[in-house]
Write a protein that binds this ligand. Structure first.
Ligand code: G4P
Length: 189
């Protein structure tokens, strides 16, 4: 997706050989026009998949997922990383270990919003080692929902998230795939 790649090249900051900062349009400030384009792109890629719901994780997955839901005309559910005051039981949960942050968290979704009749598109802002996406896969499986695929805004192609998902037969669509972040430069696949 050229407009996204241009934005990454213009505004992304390479913090190390493995971390790209995109706070100006995705992870802190949000570019709504870019998010709308992202929503249209995912909608086009999954148009024949019969998707009934989009499932993402708070917080940075919510903006692209919401725009995709708007274009597709389906609801968007975000997994919570912390128990909320009103969301305490009747939950599907999964453990997600972040190799980047070296911490494990539990993500949860209410059983009210996903069930065996659903065909879900799982979405997130970044795909690194795939642990967050695999947590969403586990929740969809617990609910008996069919997984149409995983939609990712920026995939770090030098980490193994995509292969972990594809080994399980899951379709992965990434709008920008980064081959490397060497010498302070972003190289796309
Ligand atoms: P994984 O789920 O693919 O295994 O990813 P990992 O544990 O490595 O990443 C944990 C968090 O860091 C996630 O956000 C993920 O989106 C983000 N992340 C991973 N690599 C990068 C990167 O190169 N650049 C940026 N900007 N983010 C990265 P999170 O903690 O859930 O944060 P948020 O969604 O609340 O913003």
């Amino acid at each position: 997706m050229d407009i996204l790649k241009k934005k990454i090249l213009d505004e992304g900051k390479v913090l190390s050989e493995s971390v790209l900062k995109v706070d100006s349009f995705l992870n802190h400030q949000i570019d709504p026009v870019l998010m709308k384009n992202i929503g249209e792109e995912f909608s086009a890629r999954f148009k024949d998949a019969g998707i009934t719901k989009i499932v993402t994780i708070e917080s940075s997955g919510i903006a692209p997922a919401t725009m995709t839901g708007l274009v597709m005309g389906v609801p968007v559910i975000f997994a919570r990383k912390r128990r909320s005051l009103t969301l305490v039981d009747h939950l599907y949960s999964a453990e997600v270990h972040s190799f980047t942050k070296k911490e494990t968290s539990e993500i949860s979704i209410s059983k009210d919003y996903i069930n065996g009749d659903d065909v879900v598109l799982l979405m997130d802002d970044f795909l690194a080692n795939g642990q967050a996406a695999l947590g969403l896969v586990s929740i969809a499986e617990q609910a008996g929902a069919q997984i149409a695929g995983v939609g990712i805004v920026i995939e770090k192609g030098f980490q193994n998230g995509s292969s972990q998902l594809q080994e399980r037969g899951i379709r992965v669509e990434s709008l920008a795939i980064i081959k490397s972040l060497t010498d302070g430069k972003v190289n796309f696949k």
